[in-house]
Write a protein that binds this ligand. Structure first.
Ligand SMILES: *[C@@H]1O[C@H](CO)[C@@H](O)[C@H](O)[C@H]1NC(C)=O
Length: 235
């Protein structure tokens, strides 16, 4: 017996290691300029696959509600882009706490480290209400509202079963925007009040907030008019 097979195995591992090194791409170091465009290493199909996995595991996440509305074309625009959708679930800047889920760990967490150059990392819907808060509000409001919207059916205190909680809370707050349940949604809607097209975040989730946004616009106009007046006086 010769040691040739052993040598072959060794060579194989060295070549494999070198190959891996050559392939040491954006998953190892996403801070390289070459990582900006992710289409060659994490394309829309791959992101969608991770989203499917995430939303199969926890269908009641805020990001899954948004994805469902994008799929049905109720919602359109930048927040329907795959990178934005997976950011809704995996990004932690909004207070969402799902980054330990497999569908985040597989790719998103590796690519979206501090200093990343990957375009699309950290692009959630601004001010997105984290799943835990959102489902708590829905659950609590479901306890007192009558008649209950269909989204209350099976909605548990821990969030499980609260399908499309953003849609459900939006329906409830449209009927009666009680502060204790609708506070976060009102703030969220104020952030999106400028884009009022019917398929925008505001158009889809914020029907109830129209008056609030009008008073916001009025305030801005008054402040502007006030400072204009002041500037005239100082001349
Ligand atoms: C996405 O990447 C996979 C491989 O990771 C490839 O099989 C697939 O064709 C790509 N899809 C698109 C739309 O480019």
């Amino acid at each position: 017996m010769s040691i040739a097979p052993v040598r072959h195995v060794l060579v194989f591992f060295i070549v494999a290691a070198l190959y891996k090194e050559a392939q040491a791409t954006c998953f190892d170091d996403p801070t390289a300029d070459a990582c900006k465009d992710s289409s060659s290493f994490y394309n829309d199909t791959a992101i969608n696959t991770d989203m499917q996995s995430l939303c199969t595991a926890m269908s009641y996440m805020t990001g899954c509600n948004i994805m469902n509305d994008c799929n049905s074309k109720k919602l359109t625009g930048v927040y329907c882009q795959p990178w934005s959708l997976i950011s809704d679930v995996c990004d932690t800047s909004t207070g969402e706490t799902m980054s330990m889920m497999k569908g985040c760990q597989a790719n998103y967490n590796l690519l979206c480290k501090t200093g990343t150059k990957v375009t699309g990392c950290g692009t959630p819907v601004p001010g997105m209400i984290p799943t835990k808060t959102l489902t708590q509000r829905v659950y609590d409001y479901c306890q007192i509202q009558d008649p209950k919207p269909s989204g209350c059916n099976g909605c548990a205190a821990n969030g499980m079963g609260c399908v499309n909680p953003l849609t459900t809370l939006s329906e409830m707050c449209k009927k009666d925007a009680k502060e204790q349940y609708c506070n976060e949604l009102t703030k969220f809607c104020a952030l999106h009040a400028k884009d009022t097209s019917s398929t925008s975040v505001f158009g889809v989730y914020c029907n109830f907030a129209t008056r609030a946004s009008m008073s916001y616009v009025l305030t801005v106009v008054m402040v502007f008019a006030g400072s204009w007046h002041a500037s005239q006086l100082s001349w």
